[in-house]
Design a protein around this ligand. Structure first.
Ligand SMILES: *[C@@H]1O[C@H](CO)[C@@H](O)[C@H](O)[C@H]1NC(C)=O
Ligand SMILES: *[C@@H]1O[C@H](CO)[C@@H](O)[C@H](O)[C@H]1NC(C)=O
Ligand SMILES: *[C@@H]1O[C@H](CO)[C@@H](O)[C@H](O)[C@H]1NC(C)=O
Ligand SMILES: *[C@@H]1O[C@H](CO)[C@@H](O)[C@H](O)[C@H]1NC(C)=O
Ligand SMILES: *[C@@H]1O[C@H](CO)[C@@H](O)[C@H](O)[C@H]1NC(C)=O
Ligand SMILES: [Zn+2]
Length: 455
């Protein structure tokens, strides 16, 4: 037995019962079903739809009330393997499931996390792509796209340009899923680089921004960014993940001269893309999502999997906890009836599609410690402005709780509430002024030439 084997032999029994090898659809289903059966009080397994070839798109939910939303418990999600040839995330999420369920009731941190959060885990959004890889490769394999040859991370509606592609069954399933739950925080796991990338991935078209861009064009810089009004929060989220992954923070780990500062980048600044899932989550689903590139090699040998788990375990857990940042609560009328569809936003953080309360009148706003003015507005009525202070000291597995009672008395229930429109068309004309400049087109051109894409 050589040293590496001995090391593995020591590592394996300590880490988990689940083995470190690639799980194809059948093996993955078997594992998920077995978890759902053995840990039925804290898990719920369901399929949110089917792939083109008819494979189930499985989601395992872990939480104190796994089957349904409860007021005050935020919804979190991880999605992996939307590019079928980027395989590390898929196995990491299976190990994360194993870790969560086996530590529940034994490890205080995990017990608190499961008690306070509803965690949705989708190990594969593109099971057909994964099965289609016939020759695992570090750079590109034919399984990146779905069975119909669509790149699923180019397949969502886009806030900045028309994305006139045929919406695929996998994409439709995810869009429907996002409507069915009030997700607050999410990450989307990829491979081919080592970096945590945050929105936006796309920006206003160049011709809209000619004046702004001139200086950039002249100097040929490719460091333009496309930022959201929640940029401080997104940077914090990306750093939370990257800073706990020993290799992600080191420069040029993948030896390809992509020098990300501290393992973090703005998506657009790296390279712009249209129809991505991360921007869609933020713009249309009120869900903060970042994109995690977890391995230089897209489809590494399975002997490497234990090392990936060791490097990502702490980050994966710490990132889930961030769903408890900021402030949350319910909006009521004078009779304590919850009010849905009320816009609850922070001043100077207006979203392209306004963030609104769900059917329980709930809102969740991810914010860093500081003072904010919250604007609670029933469309067509006067806004209610309230100052809040999010304390420096981190709350214990809960955002700051604050309910709002508005001076209405049942009359809203009988009137149809005017729903602020959020059309499925480009909205760049309304996008914040600090969003988007020019596209770093030389890098993009080279990527296209070499067929290397990551996110
Ligand atoms: C579920 O329990 C059975 C019987 O104890 C065991 O063989 C199996 O490994 C367990 N599966 C998981 C995923 O915990
Ligand atoms: C779970 O959280 C609730 C509040 O949300 C708390 O009352 C309860 O004590 C917690 N249970 C455990 C086991 O931590
Ligand atoms: C979208 O595609 C359809 C069919 O190809 C075409 O008729 C339509 O004009 C396109 N719309 C836009 C805005 O590009
Ligand atoms: C992280 O980097 C070290 C040193 O370069 C390497 O030995 C290790 O395998 C890397 N981890 C992963 C998961 O690749
Ligand atoms: C509060 O939000 C509403 C709805 O987004 C907006 O119309 C209004 O201008 C905001 N009020 C203030 C004072 O910013
Ligand atoms: Zn990818």
């Amino acid at each position: 037995m050589d040293f590496a084997c001995l090391w593995l032999a020591l590592l394996l029994p300590l880490v988990a019962a689940l083995d470190f090898r690639y799980h194809h659809q059948e093996g993955m289903e078997e594992f998920l079903k077995s978890v759902a059966q053995n840990y039925s009080s804290i898990t719920h397994l369901h399929s949110i739809g089917k792939s083109v070839e008819g494979r189930n798109l499985w989601v395992l939910v872990v939480g104190r009330f796994p089957k349904e939303h409860r007021v005050g418990i935020p919804e979190f999600k991880y999605v992996a393997n939307m590019h079928g040839d980027e395989t590390v995330g898929r196995e990491l999420l299976l190990h994360l499931i194993d870790y969560l369920v086996t530590r529940h009731g034994k490890d205080l941190e995990i017990t608190n996390l499961i008690n306070s959060t509803r965690i949705h885990i989708m190990p594969s959004m593109n099971p057909d792509g994964f099965e289609a890889v016939w020759k695992p490769d570090c750079y590109y394999s034919n399984g990146r796209e779905n069975y119909n040859q669509y790149d699923l991370n180019r397949n969502f509606p886009d806030a900045f340009e028309y994305n006139n592609v045929s919406r695929q069954p996998e994409t439709q399933a995810v869009m429907k899923w996002l409507k069915s739950e009030t997700f607050v925080l999410s990450a989307n796991l990829h491979g081919g680089a080592l970096v945590a990338s945050y929105p936006f991935d796309n920006g206003a078209p160049v011709n809209q921004m000619v004046l702004v861009c001139l200086s950039n064009v002249a100097t040929g810089t490719s460091h333009s960014r496309s930022l959201t009004p929640d940029d401080d929060v997104f940077q914090h989220l990306a750093h939370t993940y990257a800073s706990r992954n020993p290799n992600m923070t080191k420069p040029d780990q993948c030896k390809n001269k992509m020098n990300f500062h501290n393992g973090v980048t703005n998506g657009y600044s790296w390279y712009p893309l249209q129809g991505g899932m991360q921007d869609y989550n933020y713009v249309w689903a009120q869900c903060f999502e970042i994109t995690l590139e977890l391995s230089c090699c897209k489809y590494p040998r399975e002997e490497k999997l234990p090392y990936f788990w060791n490097d990502n375990k702490v980050s994966l857990i710490e990132y889930i906890k961030q769903v408890h940042l900021g402030i949350k609560g319910q909006v009521f009328d004078q009779n304590r009836n919850p009010l849905p569809n009320v816009i609850v936003e922070v001043q100077d953080r207006k979203h392209i599609c306004p963030f609104k309360t769900n059917k329980y009148g709930e809102y969740y706003l991810l914010l860093l410690p500081g003072s904010y003015e919250i604007n609670v507005t029933v469309p067509g009525h006067e806004p209610h402005l309230t100052k809040v202070v999010i304390p420096e000291k981190s709350q214990h597995f809960s955002a700051l709780k604050k309910d709002f009672v508005l001076p209405f008395q049942g009359q809203l229930g009988s009137l149809p509430i005017p729903n602020p429109s959020c059309p499925m068309i480009p909205l760049y004309k309304m996008s914040p002024s600090h969003s988007a400049t020019t596209k770093p087109s030389l890098f993009l051109f080279l990527l296209t030439l070499l067929h290397i894409f990551f996110k």
